[in-house]
Design a protein around this ligand. Structure first.
Ligand code: AMP
Ligand code: MG
Length: 411
């Protein structure tokens, strides 16, 4: 009799309990794409750095133009021109204005901006006289205030964020050029199976193209990892243990095996790494057989089932959270969405189902989950249509067309 299955949560808790943080390093913001921040980014300057104009127009004294209207324009003398980058702070007496471009520092004597379109002739106005035809809303109109976004010393980004383009730009805007981040976790990807040949090669009977290497290396890179070794071993011999030794020499943080962990006669990961990993059944479909272990030096060993959909789902559910946790990422879970199923499907009893789906986004107010495969864990081609997994609770036996399902977004 086989031992009872453990839940996904139990297995994930075991995995996360063995994760060790990778080292923090300091890098240029420009080199931090896809890395996880380890220490807050604090503004080095006020944002904005000085009071500046939000419009192209004229810097004025509000009281001079408070009564301006189309029928009673207010004439002002233009005494200065302030292009972006100017350091000038011209004095403005009553009845005077400075032409000013967006982003230029507002003169100390001005307290409002009149956009070109509120003057008689706009940009075509002569540089020495304008007629203001509409009063600014109030003192301060169209002025962006120094520090209104952040003050020097304020936290602009908290630890744990992924440094995408928006975050790196925020750091740059705050005057920051270097950040403390997690170094990339070093990952080894190992495919197991005597039937596997490199894709593109003619197949002899019994052979199939190796595809999990591409899958798992790609998914790991998307998690910020660096692939230090990618290899395939056969089902005989001690290949897995040999690769683990090699992985340790390479300073790997994580070794991901696919295949060789289920209940067949030639389960090479199970036999070769019996001492270093334990093997369990998890109440999920696909992905039931899972191998996991941690070496003394902290290296994590994952033994994922070899069917391509099983490997992909297992990576999502166990390896991805581990890689993100090792980098100190604050959010480990994928975003979830609850949407109707476009058509129904059967689900396995007693196991949580992860079904590859593509999200039909035709109606922005009515996204629907369309099964990308019929559910078989070997349907590697169908995986190529998926951009999400429908996650169906163990106790649900059947999903009907129109039923709301939880969907995990993976792209
Ligand atoms: P296993 O978990 O080793 O029993 O493999 C289950 C199924 O997945 C078998 O049909 C294997 O041929 C297939 N498989 C295992 N590893 C790979 C791989 N790296 N690429 C493509 N298919 C694989
Ligand atoms: Mg195999």
């Amino acid at each position: 009799m086989s031992s009872p299955l453990r839940t996904v949560e139990e297995h994930l808790e075991d995995v996360l309990g063995r994760v060790r943080s990778v080292d923090a390093i300091e890098v240029a913001v420009a080199d931090a794409a896809g890395l996880t921040l380890r220490e807050s980014v604090r503004a080095r300057v006020d944002l904005p750095a000085f009071d500046n104009s939000a419009m192209d127009g004229f810097a004025v004294r509000f009281t001079d133009v408070a009564a301006a209207a189309p029928g009673s324009p207010v004439p002002l003398r233009v005494v200065a021109d302030l292009p972006a980058g100017t350091g000038n702070d011209p004095a403005l007496a009553t009845g005077e204005a400075a032409r000013i471009m967006t982003g230029s520092p507002v003169p100390t004597d001005a307290d409002a901006i009149v956009p070109f379109e509120d003057t008689a002739r706009g940009l075509a106005d002569s540089l020495d006289r304008i007629d203001v035809q509409r009063a600014p809303r109030a003192s301060g109109a169209h002025i962006r205030r120094r520090g209104e976004d952040a003050r020097s010393g304020d936290e602009v980004l908290p630890p744990g964020v992924l440094l995408g383009p928006l975050q790196r730009a925020a750091a740059a805007a705050a005057g920051v050029d270097r950040v403390r981040v997690s170094r990339r976790p070093r990952v080894v990807v190992v495919s197991t199976g005597s039937e596997l040949v490199p894709p593109g090669r003619p197949l002899e009977r019994g052979q199939i193209p190796e595809s999990n290497g591409e899958l798992l290396a790609g998914l790991a890179v998307e998690c910020g990892a660096e692939i230090v070794l990618r290899t395939t071993v056969t089902d005989d011999g001690d290949g897995p243990a040999e690769v683990v030794a090699q992985a340790q020499e390479l300073g790997a943080d994580v070794v991901v095996f696919s295949g060789g962990v289920s209940a067949g006669a030639y389960e090479v990961v199970k036999t070769s790494l019996a001492g270093a990993m334990s093997f369990a059944g998890v109440a999920m479909q696909p992905g039931k057989p899972q191998g996991f272990g941690a070496l003394h030096d902290g290296t994590l060993l994952f033994g994922l089932p070899g069917n391509p959909v099983s490997s992909a789902v297992s990576f999502e559910v166990f390896v991805r959270p581990a890689l993100l946790a090792a980098q100190g990422r604050s959010t480990l879970a994928r975003p979830m969405l609850r949407i109707p199923a476009a058509r129904g499907w059967r689900t396995p009893p007693g196991r949580r189902q992860y079904l590859p789906v593509s999200i039909d986004r035709g109606d922005p107010a009515g996204w629907r989950a369309v099964p990308a495969t019929s559910g078989g864990s070997h349907l590697a081609g169908g995986l190529g249509r998926a951009d999400a997994y429908a996650v169906v609770p163990a106790e649900v036996e059947m999903v009907g067309a129109g039923d709301l399902v939880d969907v995990m977004l993976i792209s």
